[in-house]
Design a protein around this ligand. Structure first.
Ligand SMILES: Cc1cc2nc3c(=O)[nH]c(=O)nc-3n(C[C@H](O)[C@H](O)[C@H](O)COP(=O)(O)OP(=O)(O)OC[C@H]3O[C@@H](n4cnc5c(N)ncnc54)[C@H](O)[C@@H]3O)c2cc1C
Length: 492
C-alpha cells in the first residue's frame, strides 16, 4: 500500500509538494479552510472582472521549470518575462522611472547618477557573489539542527560578513550618490516585508536576481493560471481536495501524530502529515507549543501586512504600465513609521498592478482591472481597521491625480481587504502578508523547521518555514520537504 500524506492547506507550497509526492507514488489528500485552492495565490471574480488576490509576479522562474521537469511534464501555464520590470512614480515629479534589466538603458533613467553603469555593475557583481555563495549552502538544503547550520554558514566566504551587519540602505549609500537610485534599488527590501533601513545588506542579492539573474515573470492570463494548471494534474493522480475544512486540533501518541481534527470534530488520519498553514502560528495555535504562544509570536519579526484594493474601472487608464510603484517624497520617515503605527498612512506608498494591460481577458472590453497593494502595520500595531474605506478613498484619489484619470468616478466594482480579512481568509498571523521576516535570526536553522520538533511524521512547507517566503522560495521548500519525507517515510 502506498503511504498516505495529508496536507493542511492548499497554498503553492502545498500544491508543489503534492505534485512531487504524488509523482513518487504517495497517496495525497489536501484539507483547506478556504473555498478555493491557492492560499495567498488566489483569485477574486466579481462583476465580470477577475483579479489576482495576492502575488502578481515572481523571480527565479527556473524553480517552476524544475518543479515540472522533475515530473517529466511540460509547465502547464505560460510565463512571460517583464520588460521593463516595473515603473516608479515619485510624488510631485513628472518623471516616471522605467526599470530595465539592460543597464545601459537603465543608466538613461538615472542620468543624474554619474557613471551609473559602472557603479551598478560593481554593486551587482558583489550581490551576485552573495547569491551564488549562499544559494546551495543556506537556501537550497535541509538543516538537522544548529550544528550543521553553523557548519554550513562557516563555508560562506568571510568577505560577505560585514554585509550581515550593515543595512541595505547603508550599502546603497556606499555605492550610489543620488537618492533616486538608492530609493529604487532599496524597494526589493519590501518584498521581504521589511524596510531597507532594517534589512541586512546581504539581501542586495535581490537586486541581482531582479536586474541580472532571471528578472521578473508573470503568467499569461493571470497568476491564478498557476493553480489552474496544477489542479488537473493532481486530480488526474487521484489527489483529493476538501474545502471549507479547517483544522483546529490534533491527536497524538508519543512521537507519532495520529490525526488532525477539523472544526466539526471530524478526525483526518494519514501516515505522514504536512502543514502548509503558517509554520509558527500553527505550532502555537493548533499544537499548543509554548515556544509559539501568542506572547512569543508577537515578539518575533513579522513582515508588513497587506492593505489591498481590487478595482474594476471603466475606460483605459493612461500613463500606467502593468507593474507600478507610487512613492511619496519622505522615504526614510515613511519607512520608519509604517511598521509600528496605529494609524493608517496619510500619504500612502503603494504598488499598482494593471493586469488587463497584458491580459485583456481579466476585464470587460474597454475596462481595466487594478490591484493596489499598500503595505501597512500588522494587527499587533493597528488592530482597528474601521478607517479602511477612507484609506482606500485616499489611495484611489491620489492614484487618479497622479495618472490624470478620474478613477473614483469610473469604478464599476470595488473590493477592499484589510489585514483583518487577510488573517481571516488564510490564517495569516496578525495579518502579516509574507509571514515571518528574514532577518539573520529568522533564517536557516533559526526559522521554524520544516520537520516537527516532536512528531516524527509531521512536516511543514510554506512561507514561515525554511527556506522562506515568495513563490519560487516555497517551491524550493516543497523540494526540501519532499526529500525529507522520501528519506524518512519511503513509500511502499
Ligand atoms: C498581497 C500579497 C502579495 C504578494 N505578492 C507576491 C509576489 O508578487 N511575488 C511573490 O513571489 N510572492 C508574493 N507574495 C507572497 C506569496 O504569496 C507567498 O509567499 C506564498 O503564496 C505563500 O505560499 P504558502 O505555500 O506559504 O501558502 P499560503 O498561501 O499561506 O496558503 C496556506 C493555505 O493554508 C490554509 N490554512 C491555514 N490554516 C489552515 C487550517 N487550520 N486548516 C486548513 N487550512 C488552513 C489557508 O487558508 C491557505 O489556503 C505576496 C503575498 C501577499 C499577501
Amino acid at each position: 500500500m502506498p503511504k498516505k500524506v495529508l496536507i493542511i492547506g492548499s497554498g503553492l507550497g502545498s500544491l508543489a509538494t503534492a505534485l512531487r509526492l504524488s509523482h513518487e507514488g504517495y497517496q495525497v489528500e489536501i484539507l483547506e479552510k478556504h473555498h478555493r485552492a491557492g492560499g495567498r495565490l488566489n483569485l477574486l471574480e466579481k462583476d465580470g472582472f477577475t483579479f489576482d488576490v495576492g502575488p502578481s509576479f515572481f523571480s527565479m522562474s527556473y524553480e517552476f521549470k524544475e518543479l515540472f521537469e522533475s515530473q517529466g511534464i511540460p509547465i502547464p501555464f505560460t510565463i512571460r518575462e517583464l520588460d521593463p520590470l516595473y515603473t516608479v512614480n515619485m510624488a510631485g515629479r513628472d518623471k516616471v522611472f522605467h526599470i530595465y534589466k539592460d543597464l545601459s538603458r537603465l543608466a538613461q533613467e538615472f542620468a543624474d547618477e554619474k557613471n551609473f553603469e559602472e557603479k551598478a555593475k560593481r554593486y551587482l557583481k558583489s550581490a551576485a557573489s552573495i547569491f551564488h555563495d549562499t544559494e546551495y549552502r543556506i537556501i537550497k538544503r535541509n538543516f538537522n539542527g544548529m550544528v550543521p547550520y553553523l557548519a554550513s554558514l562557516a563555508t560562506v566566504p568571510m568577505k560577505h560578513l560585514p554585509k550581515m551587519f550593515r543595512s541595505m540602505w547603508t550599502e546603497l549609500e556606499r555605492n550610489f550618490e543620488t537618492e533616486d537610485v538608492k530609493v529604487i534599488f532599496s524597494l526589493v527590501s519590501f518584498f521581504l516585508g521589511a524596510t531597507p533601513f532594517d534589512t541586512p545588506s546581504v539581501y542586495s542579492l535581490l537586486n541581482y536576481t531582479e536586474l541580472q539573474h532571471d528578472g521578473y515573470w508573470n503568467v499569461e492570463g493571470g497568476m491564478y493560471k498557476i493553480v489552474e494548471g496544477i489542479l488537473p494534474i493532481l486530480e488526474s493522480r487521484g489527489v483529493k481536495f476538501h474545502y471549507h475544512t479547517e483544522i483546529t486540533g490534533y491527536k497524538a501518541d508519543g512521537d507519532q501524530l495520529k490525526g488532525f481534527t477539523d472544526a466539526n470534530g471530524k478526525l483526518w488520519t494519514a501516515d505522514v502529515y504536512v502543514c502548509n498553514a503558517d509554520a509558527a502560528w500553527f505550532r502555537g495555535a493548533i499544537l499548543n507549543r509554548s515556544k509559539y504562544s501568542e506572547v512569543k509570536l508577537d515578539k518575533m519579526h513579522w513582515t508588513l501586512a497587506p492593505f489591498t484594493i481590487y478595482l474594476g474601472v471603466k475606460g483605459q487608464i493612461p500613463g500606467i504600465a502593468h507593474h507600478n510603484y507610487f512613492l511619496g517624497n519622505n522615504f526614510k520617515a515613511y519607512a520608519d513609521m509604517i511598521f509600528k503605527t496605529s494609524v493608517a498612512p496619510e500619504k500612502p506608498y503603494y504598488y499598482v498592478n494593471v493586469a488587463s494591460k497584458s491580459n485583456p481577458g481579466c476585464a470587460p472590453e474597454g475596462c481595466e482591472n487594478l490591484f493596489i497593494l499598500c503595505p501597512v502595520p500588522d494587527l499587533r500595531y493597528k488592530p482597528d481597521w474601521s478607517d479602511a474605506e477612507k484609506l482606500a478613498n485616499d489611495i484611489i484619489q491620489d492614484l487618479g491625480e497622479r495618472v490624470g484619470y478620474d478613477i473614483a468616478n469610473n469604478i464599476i466594482t470595488r473590493t477592499v481587504y484589510t489585514p483583518i480579512d487577510w488573517k481571516g481568509m488564510f490564517n495569516l498571523y496578525k495579518g502579516s502578508g509574507l509571514g515571518l521576516a528574514h532577518g539573520m535570526n529568522q533564517i536557516g536553522a533559526l526559522r521554524p523547521a520544516n520537520k516537527d520538533e516532536k512528531f516524527n511524521n509531521l512536516y511543514y512547507v510554506g512561507a514561515s518555514t525554511h527556506p522562506g517566503t515568495g513563490l519560487p522560495i516555497v517551491v524550493i521548500g516543497s523540494r526540501l520537504v519532499t526529500e525529507r519525507i522520501r528519506h524518512e517515510h519511503a513509500t511502499v
